[in-house]
Design a protein around this ligand. Structure first.
Ligand code: SF4
Length: 412
């Protein structure tokens, strides 16, 4: 009935404690932050600087790099300085496994240069050494005033904890299925480690949690539990998502469900780059996911029809692509000179069936002539037909109209 609760749009964000990561706030209701990770050898300073700068320019607001050797740890402060000189001052996150306690002890400048430490509670050490090595990592975070991400992962689950939970499970009147025990072990690993860090003196507003798995339904189940059981800021990501469209679809499916429920304060889309494909693709996908869900706006979005037998050529597909590439290329400059331009909506449509209608819903839309239509392309601005383009230069003229619209609506 008319009094029913509104059901449109994402649910309110879950309350989490805001965490400051080198000036970028994650959690506490701040916009969902996009992050990514390099795949260069961190000891290769120039190669890493180049990739971090590319990721940052593509829109990655935080960049993580692996810190796995003494050489990598020594490179970190130099990478940070070079990025600052290039005017790409992105906060760097150090990804530590197995030997983080030694690397931070051996390279204080690295401990200082990083904006956050990622600690994997499943591999900080084994047996008797585990607790003391975890404590050492947390003590460094306290000493240098840094936040940490306690990042549990399905692929490197704390084996002692998993075994203990298996044993407990056998004693249950109605034992859980095996998957549930493993999910519980993953959740418990993250939550217990966070509790331990707080006991050691790390303020809870310096802790981000993650518990990544590679299955969509498992990830949704795990993060619903993490959100229910605490108020730490959450880092979302489907681990080992995969190659090409599979990785994109799986990540989007899992993260969209969670974000729709208000869960998640920062996201990373883990894609295996296809040969020749840029690492920045994962940043573009993360931004598009947030923008298509209406959570954030980064760059004008193009609505385009898929084309069908009513279109005579691929001209309109090329136009749609050209328009998307144009606005994406202009956006870094517009961000400074024409703030708000990221909210612009565009439509490129193939024929009269849905063309004029869809074009009227966009800020600027064009409806190209399909088979049998007059060779003219009406342009609509905010619902009104403004001009009709014809001939060879339709693409250039339409792009010019976009620039002039941005100038008029977001300039000065
Ligand atoms: Fe086909 Fe026209 Fe629909 Fe595009 S708008 S898919 S060309 S019918």
């Amino acid at each position: 009935g008319p009094d029913a609760a509104p059901t449109f749009g994402p649910q309110a964000r879950r309350h989490t404690r805001p965490v400051d990561i080198g000036g970028v706030t994650v959690g506490g209701g701040a916009p969902v932050v996009v992050q990514s990770m390099t795949n260069t050898d961190t000891a290769d300073i120039d190669g890493t600087v180049k990739q971090v700068a590319q990721l940052w320019r593509a829109g990655s607001e935080l960049v993580r790099l692996t810190v796995n050797t003494a050489e990598a740890a020594a490179a970190v402060p130099r990478i940070r300085d070079k990025l600052a000189m290039m005017n790409a001052p992105v906060p760097l996150i150090g990804d530590f496994h197995y030997n983080g306690h030694q690397l931070l002890a051996g390279e204080p400048a690295c401990a200082e240069a990083l904006a956050k430490y990622r600690i994997n509670p499943g591999n900080v050490g084994f047996g008797k050494k585990r607790d003391s090595q975890f404590a050492t990592l947390i003590e460094f975070a306290i000493k240098y005033g840094k936040p940490v991400r306690i990042g549990a992962n399905w692929g490197s689950l704390d084996q002692a904890l998993a075994t203990r939970l298996m044993d407990e499970n056998h004693e249950r009147a109605v034992p859980w299925e095996a998957g549930r025990v493993l999910r519980e072990a993953l959740i418990r690993s993250a939550l217990d480690s966070a509790g331990r860090a707080v006991e050691l003196g790390l303020p809870p507003e310096r802790i981000v949690l993650s518990a990544k798995v590679s299955g969509v339904q498992e990830l949704i189940a795990v993060y619903r539990e993490l959100a229910r059981r605490g108020d730490h800021a959450l880092h979302l990501g489907l681990t080992e998502a995969g190659i090409g469209s599979k990785g994109i679809v799986a990540s989007s499916a899992a993260l969209a469900v969670l974000m729709q429920e208000g869960i998640g304060d920062t996201i990373r889309i883990s894609l295996t780059p296809e040969p020749g494909q840029s690492r920045t693709n994962e940043v573009v996908v993360a931004q598009e996911l947030l923008q298509t869900m209406g959570l954030r706006a980064f760059t004008p979005m193009v609505t385009a029809c898929p084309g069908c037998g009513r279109t005579t050529s691929t001209f309109f597909q090329e136009l749609a692509q050209k328009v998307q590439e144009h606005v994406r290329a202009r956006m870094p400059e517009w961000k400074v000179t024409h703030p708000g331009a990221e909210n612009l909506t565009l439509a490129v449509m193939g024929c009269v069936v849905n063309g004029p209608g869809e074009s009227r819903h966009a800020n600027i839309g064009i409806s190209l002539p399909g088979t049998g239509e007059a060779p003219s392309a009406p342009v609509f601005e905010d619902g009104e037909k403004t001009v009709t383009l014809r001939g060879e230069r339709i693409a250039d003229e339409f792009v010019g109209l976009i620039d002039s619209y941005v100038e008029r609506h977001y300039g000065g």
